[in-house]
Design a binder for this molecule. Structure first.
Ligand code: HEM
Length: 326
């Protein structure tokens, strides 16, 4: 009698493995640059410190840059590729309106140029993006997160994927959960990763849809809504420059975001929806009450966001310049 191989058992065992083990199997590792670029983290830290001290909005920009890179084709620096250097069939991801407001791409390229002097041809732009995001979190008062390295840079980018995969500020809670579930996060981690909105700003461009669409029936705190209407007085924003802080402490990584959204002061539709949906609201409340608990969940979610679906070894390159393929 033929004995069939117990694939079900293998799948179950793999799913039950801790994520750190699966990441290692994916060839990311915590000491990836130990010999090839031993000073990597200190070089990045000192370059970023200069930037953070002169621009208090920079940490928010780096954190969002990481999400928008990782959300399209995985964390592969595809967001940094410029149209001028691509084959005709490709268009930069920055052409997608979902990337409106993305900043600091050129700073990653600058840090890369410094690292090319320190350890030529070693450090990927994809790893620099993730390291800049993690430093941004800790510099702003958030948790210190250990992340494995060894991501490779893509040879392509996808404007169409950027348009399709980068979420609109008015997505439903179902869509929100499924985006982060696909990265291995549970609901608690998904709610925690949106806590990244404790930093930074949103432009009227991303707020007016919610403010002036009566169909959405979005309940906000009365005073907060009045202040948003004052900042963004017309349905079509008069300029692309007007913005509003994401929470009451936009340069501090804390749990104020959760207290704000519980009070009807969430800036985007999805911020407000997670404070009301019965699946997500209990976590919002828990994070609002316990900052350490939020930091723990956020660290775990950050690790998953930054390590899922990455290119390793020969699947990608270490670009010489971040904005163009080799
Ligand atoms: C469903 C998921 C998400 C949606 C719909 C969303 C949407 C948005 C929108 C519309 C903005 C405003 C952009 C602007 O007007 O300039 C924004 C800002 C921001 N987002 Fe998200 N976001 C999501 C998830 C995330 C995640 C996972 C992170 C990071 C891990 C993140 C980090 C940020 C940060 C830091 C800002 C402020 C950026 C700045 O000040 O330049 N977001 N987000």
């Amino acid at each position: 009698m033929e004995i069939s191989f117990p694939w079900i058992l293998v799948v179950t065992v793999v799913m039950a493995m801790p994520l750190s083990f699966r990441i290692k199997a994916n060839q990311l590792s915590y000491d990836y640059y130990k010999f090839s670029c031993p000073n990597l983290e200190s070089v990045i830290k000192s370059e970023l410190l200069g930037i953070f001290l002169t621009d208090a909005t920079a940490p928010a920009a780096f954190l969002r840059l990481m999400f928008h890179d990782c959300q399209v084709q995985g964390c592969d620096a595809s967001i940094l590729l410029d149209s001028n250097y691509l084959a005709h069939s490709h268009s930069s991801e920055m052409k997608s309106s979902r990337n409106f407001g993305i900043r600091k791409r050129e700073t990653i390229s600058y840090i890369k140029s410094i690292l090319e002097e320190e350890c030529p041809g070693q450090v990927s732009c994809a790893d620099i993006i993730v390291l800049a995001a993690k430093e941004s979190v800790s510099f702003s008062g958030g948790p210190h997160i250990e992340i494995p390295l060894g991501r490779k840079d893509s040879r392509t980018c996808s404007f169409h994927e950027a348009d399709a995969k980068l979420p609109s500020p008015t997505i439903t809670v179902d869509e929100f959960i499924s985006i982060f579930m696909s990265k291995g996060m549970n609901i608690e981690e998904s709610v925690s990763i949106l806590g990244a909105h404790t930093l930074g700003i949103g432009h009227c461009f991303n707020i007016v849809g919610r403010l002036y669409d009566p169909q959405l029936g979005d309940k906000m705190d009365f005073g907060f809504e009045a202040s948003l209407r004052l900042a963004c007085p017309t349905e079509i924003p008069l300029t692309n420059f007007t913005f509003v802080p994401n929470d009451m402490t936009p340069v501090i990584f804390d749990n104020q975001y959760y207290r704000d959204i519980m009070m009807g002061r969430g800036l985007f539709g999805i911020d407000s929806s997670i404070s009301r949906d019965p699946r997500t609201a209990p976590f919002v409340m828990r994070f609002a009450m316990d900052q350490n608990y939020f930091f723990k969940a956020f660290s775990s979610a950050f690790l998953k966001l930054s390590s899922t679906n990455v290119l390793t070894d020969v699947q990608g390159d270490v670009r010489r310049q971040c904005n163009q393929v080799n």
